[in-house]
Design a protein around this ligand. Structure first.
Ligand code: BGC
Length: 410
């Protein structure tokens, strides 16, 4: 290539290059590796990634940081937002439509309809999904289980037997971090396992008052509380990935966590089926709580950024990104029809269970991970569950009554 043509090409690509600031909360080992994939692929398109990472599992800190930036009139180009919060940002009039990209690339055909509708505001795509995380998983250290001569539990009775045995063997049975979203997530999985998908849907999707304070909810809360003596004293403020680290090292036997936990096992070079096991939470084998990460794009004043935003949107749904990103993240591709032969046994199971739960009507969104309720209701649920976990004097019926009140939060 002649020097002149080279220089002209460079100038052309520089003219199309944008600085794309991306807000996300992927800062643990496995998460950061996944975010890195995104950064590299965006940079291959000639744009510059401006990292706006805000640590804090499940993203509450990131959402606070985002509000401050939007209110001051200086939003990032893209932000990791999901569920009904996308509609709330749409109502503020600050989101960029990416419907032209979606139409060109036929997203309506590539995405399950339940997920496509979450990404649209007033009929136009404003969000791009990247994955499907399953939340109702139990992660188990295989050696710890062998040590107590037990099988992975599939019922609550078995679960408490295994927990007893681990405790006797000097292993913390259940790893958890004392943060309200982790408590809420564990409770969500317990409630699904105790009450089933129909109960779950009535309580958390329909916010049915009688179900929220009824006997099945009370039983779920009692089961949740029964787990507490099997957790350790050092849990206050612990991050979720530190809790996963306890299972990886064998200090703890089990953890209830979505499959972003698998990203941590992978970074530690652990192999599913050999070093650790992934099984659905007790009682929830036939059901599936889903959590879809997505990015939305904000209208920004700087000229040229829109090109970068749209290139990013297109990249997120591309087969190559969907594969590499999800291999690192622990989730499965949200793009339908992908070949999963490079994925491990946990991901293959997730995919098969996602499909069969969809067919059986037991596929439900995760409320603890922003997928159902308005952020205000979700926050009120977090508070009720956190208080109940921390205060042994509160009865399960009292907490259930509070859930019913919390469901009415504006
Ligand atoms: C997100 C995951 C993330 C996890 C822990 C969830 O709400 O969907 O992508 O890894 O929180 O931060």
């Amino acid at each position: 290539m002649s020097l002149a043509i080279g220089a002209a090409l460079l100038a052309a690509s520089a003219a199309n290059a944008a600085q794309v600031e991306v807000l996300h909360y992927w800062t643990s080992g496995g998460e950061a590796k996944s975010a890195q994939v995104l950064k590299q692929m965006l940079e291959q398109k000639g744009h510059t990634w401006v990292d706006f990472a805000v640590a804090g599992g499940a993203g509450a800190n990131a959402m606070t940081a985002l509000k401050t930036r939007v209110i001051s009139g200086n939003p990032p180009a893209a932000a990791q937002i999901k569920g009904p919060a996308i509609q709330e940002w749409g109502d503020e009039g600050v989101l960029l439509s990416i419907d032209d990209v979606a139409k060109r690339e036929n997203w309506d055909k590539l995405l399950p309809p339940e997920i496509a509708s979450i990404m649209k505001y007033k009929g136009e795509y404003v969000g791009a999904p990247v994955n499907v995380h399953r939340v109702n998983w139990l992660w188990i250290n295989a050696d710890a289980l062998k040590k107590v001569n037990a099988q992975p539990p599939s019922t609550w009775d078995d679960f408490f037997k295994v927990a007893d045995a681990l405790q006797k063997a000097g292993i913390t049975p259940v790893a958890i971090g004392g943060q309200s979203w982790q408590q809420a997530e564990m409770f969500e999985t317990v409630a699904l396992g105790v009450g089933g998908a129909e109960f779950y849907r009535k309580a958390f999707v329909q916010l049915d008052q009688a179900t929220l304070k009824g006997p099945t909810m009370v039983k779920a809360l009692e089961t949740f509380r029964k787990i507490k003596p099997y957790t350790d004293k050092g849990q206050t403020g612990r991050d979720w990935n530190m809790a996963t680290g306890m299972v990886i090292s064998g200090k703890a036997g089990m953890q209830f966590m979505g499959d972003w936990a698998k990203g941590e096992f992978s970074v530690a070079n652990k192999v599913p089926g050999k070093d650790y096991l992934c099984v659905p939470g007790p009682g929830s084998r036939n059901a599936y709580t889903f959590n879809v990460d997505s990015f939305v794009f904000f209208k920004v004043k700087t000229p040229g950024v829109e090109k970068g935003q749209k290139d990013l949107a297109s990249l997120l749904l591309s087969p190559q990104f969907q594969e590499v990103f999800n291999l690192n993240k622990g989730s499965i591709p949200v793009r339908q029809g992908m070949d999963l032969s490079k994925f491990d046994a946990c991901a293959q199971k997730s995919e098969a269970d996602f499909k069969s739960a969809g067919a059986k009507g037991t596929l439900v969104p995760s409320w603890a991970h922003d997928m159902i309720d308005k952020p205000s209701v979700e926050g009120a649920f977090y508070d009720v569950i956190g208080k109940f976990w921390n205060d042994d004097s509160e009865t399960a019926q009292e907490a259930a009554n509070k859930l019913a009140v919390a469901a009415k939060t504006d």
